[in-house]
Design a protein around this ligand. Structure first.
Ligand SMILES: [Zn+2]
Length: 475
């Protein structure tokens, strides 16, 4: 037997939140009262799931023995006060529901206190009682008590007791049974982990438990991410490796606890900027995109500031994110077997424990052959952009056209520390990867740990100073 408490204040629907199939709890109207969470019908946002665990606060007024494991289904049809105690702040949330008798008719109501049943029930939803499901809508507190997976006849007994109590029937006349503690085996524990490794085991008609924190669904031939998975707001680890997923829905960003996302061996061709701007920015620490078909990552990728471990091996990347140096927590980076000709200049800001860039077609750097994009005199736009960055003048989309903001985001930095936008000299130089990583996997079969990295110069002066130093040190 499963008990859900719906706080009506967060979900304005006047409908019972049940469907017939598979115990799904579906809110029939779009729920727009949850800021920042979109407006799709995701009932999980409004529900506080409770399990039949030992009560947090012991309901008052028990006549029978109080047993620490006293809980539904047995205790549900026992007395005539409806008491619920729950603590959404514990992990996992726990609570209990009892119907018990109480010597006084007047009952204080509050957190963890029993709710009087008499004239406190707004409505019963009993259409699916034969399937072991029903909802009791209380006036105060304003919650819907949703019961599911119950024995149908026990549930009917329970509901008739509650109905009689609501009508003010004398306690002695209520069909109550003795409080018998439930056995441990009858108590449904919240399921936090589910591992599926074949298509045969993938649930098609049943819902995933809302309590899941770790879900693996590998080798299931999934072509897209199941919307039901996106409702699992407690997910910390999601492993969808070895499937056929081509695109990621932006709503993955609604999984506010997601720390690990494994998409190894899928058919992804991109990773959207919207995902990088989502709540994943604050939670995502592990991202495995290896063995896909990704050609480039969006500029916003470096907003995923909490990333510690990033796997990009076996893709078709022709460049790494321009501002990769912003990933200050990154410690493990692998991008082996891609199509990288060189590394972005920001790469030197990284501070890694482990780096693997094996098997990329790195170009041979030659600082004496510059790519000159310098336009003299500088355009007004270039001057303004340089000044904006060099003098740290605040800007934003409320002040500037968005394309200018985007251009400023990708401004280059010269060796002298100044910024340049589209007028610069670019060269590639050799960098020993040990400068940015403690352990470096060899770049090629020749035993090298060096790779070409881009350098920018804002002026001919800066470039010629660099050349002087370079020629001196190379004899
Ligand atoms: Zn310069």
């Amino acid at each position: 037997m499963v008990l859900d408490l719906w706080h009506r204040a967060t979900c304005p629907s006047e409908q019972p939140r049940f469907t017939t199939k598979a115990g799904q709890h579906i809110c029939p109207v779009p729920c727009s009262s949850h800021p920042g969470l979109g407006s799709s019908l995701l009932p999980a946002r409004a529900v506080h799931r409770t399990w039949c665990q030992p009560p947090v606060t012991e309901p008052r007024g028990h006549e029978g023995p109080v047993h620490p494991q006293a809980c539904s289904p047995v205790s549900l049809h026992t007395r005539c006060l409806l008491s619920s105690s729950m603590s959404p702040h514990t992990h996992p949330p726990s609570g209990s529901l009892l119907v018990s008798s109480h010597p006084s008719r007047r009952v204080e109501r509050g957190r963890g206190e029993p709710s009087g049943v008499q004239e406190n029930i707004e409505r019963f939803f009993t259409r699916f009682v034969e399937e072991g499901k029903a909802t009791v809508r209380l006036r105060e507190p304003a919650v819907d008590v949703c019961l599911s997976k119950a024995n149908a006849s026990n549930l009917k007994n329970f509901l008739s007791a509650v109905r009689l109590a609501h009508q003010g029937t004398d306690i002695g006349a209520l069909p109550l049974s003795t409080l018998v503690p439930a056995k441990n085996s009858e108590v449904e524990k919240p399921k936090t982990k589910m591992i599926i490794t074949s298509r045969r085991d993938y649930p098609l008609t049943k819902n995933f438990p809302y309590s899941l924190e770790h879900l693996q669904a590998s080798y299931c031939k999934l072509a897209r991410i199941d919307m039901r998975v996106l409702c699992l707001k407690k997910l910390r680890k999601l492993d969808l490796s070895h499937n056929h997923i081509k695109q990621l829905p932006a709503t993955i960003g609604d999984l506010i606890c997601l720390q690990e996302l494994n998409l190894h061996d899928n058919h992804l061709e991109s990773f959207s900027g919207a995902l990088c701007n989502s709540t994943l920015q604050k939670s995502l620490q592990f991202l495995d995109l290896s063995q896909n078909k990704i050609k480039a990552l969006p500029i916003q990728f470096c907003q995923l500031r909490e990333l510690v471990n990033l796997k990009l091996d076996d893709n078709e990347l022709i460049r790494l994110p321009f501002k990769i140096g912003q990933l200050g927590h990154l410690r493990f980076l692998s991008a082996a077997r891609n199509k990288l000709p060189f590394l972005p200049s920001d790469f030197r800001k990284l501070c890694l424990e482990n780096l693997d860039l094996f098997g990329n077609p790195f170009e041979q750097p030659n600082p004496l052959v510059p790519n000159i994009q310098l336009k003299i005199p500088l355009t007004l736009l270039e001057c303004a952009a340089r000044a904006t960055i060099n003098y740290r003048i605040p800007y934003g989309c409320h002040l500037l056209p968005s394309h200018l903001c985007e251009d400023l985001e990708v401004a280059k930095t010269c060796q002298c520390g100044s910024a340049c936008l589209s007028s610069f000299i670019q060269i590639t130089v050799t960098m020993n990867l040990h400068h940015v990583a403690h352990t470096v996997v060899l770049v090629d079969n020749m035993g090298g740990t060096e790779a070409p990295i881009i350098c920018y110069f804002c002026s001919l002066d800066c470039y010629s100073q660099f050349l002087d130093r370079y020629l001196q040190s190379n004899g």
